[in-house]
Design a protein around this ligand. Structure first.
Ligand code: PBG
Length: 323
């Protein structure tokens, strides 16, 4: 007696497997997050993210050229300022590190790649929170919205095609959309960090941006236990005009990526965050995982779950494998 149903028929040869493969990741779907450090004269390695650096202005320009050459879809810029203050004014200042870097990158690569900017105050505040604080030391949602609006306009003026509000303030997409439209930038896009969880996997990123945060972000980022809440956040962001909605982190939240993909009528992004990068790199360094296979498996899984684009620190490396 033979089993009549034989799924293995479709796995017999590489050609057969290729013929029936459901998910293919392409470099055009990948976005490289990059860090630029004010005043740096040499790229500075980030110990908890082996292979990732804080760029100088010049090395960032070169990284942007390399990203274009690799066929990436986008590059997401994060600034590491020399000075911070209570309101994160360096994030809005046209001469601040992030806006300066946006001008550099736009001048270097133009429209050859989608240039994105992190629209959040945490890298620029001396307390490390994503917004400004009220008298009681809590993050003041509505006062923060006014600053995000100014920050987004400054980023688009500097050269960003897309702004990425990542602070999880209520109403941030609507406030930014209105500000961009009023400033004469109706074509600038918004990549909304819609479902951003309060995750341990951001640890290495906080080293990368030299975060000043002492407490936590539990009062504004989502509880990892909640999936339904992500759909509410996505619905609000869509109603406010988000062009792309994002789930973050990726690997621990594939169910959320899938749920969002089922309801969203705009593209869905997923952010494979710093800790996802570092845990694989650490295992690779120990000889415990094969880098190429592990990285491509994670990216394929994120796309299979429903992501149309993926932010990943492996973007350039993965693009060379995907050629
Ligand atoms: C906030 C922001 C964070 C990340 C992206 N944008 C950090 C945080 O919320 O604490 C994390 C990205 C990563 O871990 O790779 N501006």
């Amino acid at each position: 007696m033979y089993p009549s149903s034989r799924p293995r028929r479709l796995r017999a040869t590489a050609a057969m497997r290729g013929l029936v493969r459901e998910t293919a990741v392409a470099s055009r779907q990948l976005v490289l997050p990059v860090f630029v450090k004010e005043g740096a004269t040499e790229p500075v390695p980030i110990p908890s993210m082996p292979g990732v650096v804080q760029h100088t202005r010049d090395s960032l320009r070169k990284a942007a050229v390399d990203a274009v050459a690799a066929g990436l879809g986008g590059i997401m810029l994060f600034g590491v300022p020399a000075n911070r203050d209570a309101t994160g004014s360096g994030g809005i200042d046209p001469e601040g590190v992030l806006n300066t870097a946006l001008r550099d990158v736009r001048a270097e690569v133009g429209d050859d790649i989608v240039i994105m900017a992190d629209t959040c105050l945490d890298e620029f505040t001396d307390h490390g929170h994503c917004g400004v604080l009220d008298g009681a030391g809590r993050v003041d949602n509505d006062a923060t919205l006014a600053l995000y609006a100014q920050m987004a306009v400054a980023q688009v003026q500097a050269g960003a095609h897309v702004v990425g509000p990542s602070g999880m303030m209520d109403g941030q997409v609507g406030a930014i959309r209105t500000a961009l439209d009023d400033a004469g930038y109706p074509d600038a896009g918004i990549l909304a960090y819609s479902a951003k969880y309060a995750s341990a996997f951001y640890g290495p990123f906080r080293d990368a941006v030299e975060s000043a945060l002492l407490g936590d972000r539990l009062a504004y980022q989502q509880d990892p236990a909640n999936a339904r809440e992500a759909l509410r956040e996505v619905a609000l962001d869509l109603a406010e005009g988000a062009d792309i909605v994002m789930v973050k982190p990726a690997l621990s939240y594939l169910d959320v990526v899938r749920a969002v993909a089922e309801v969203s009528d705009v593209p869905v992004a997923a952010y494979q965050v710093s800790g996802e990068y570092s845990m694989v790199e650490a295992a690779v360094a120990c000889g415990w995982l094969d880098r190429r296979r592990a990285v491509l498996e994670t990216l394929t899984s994120i796309c299979r779950a429903g992501a149309d684009l993926v932010l990943t620190y492996w973007a350039v490396q993965a693009a060379t494998w995907l050629r």
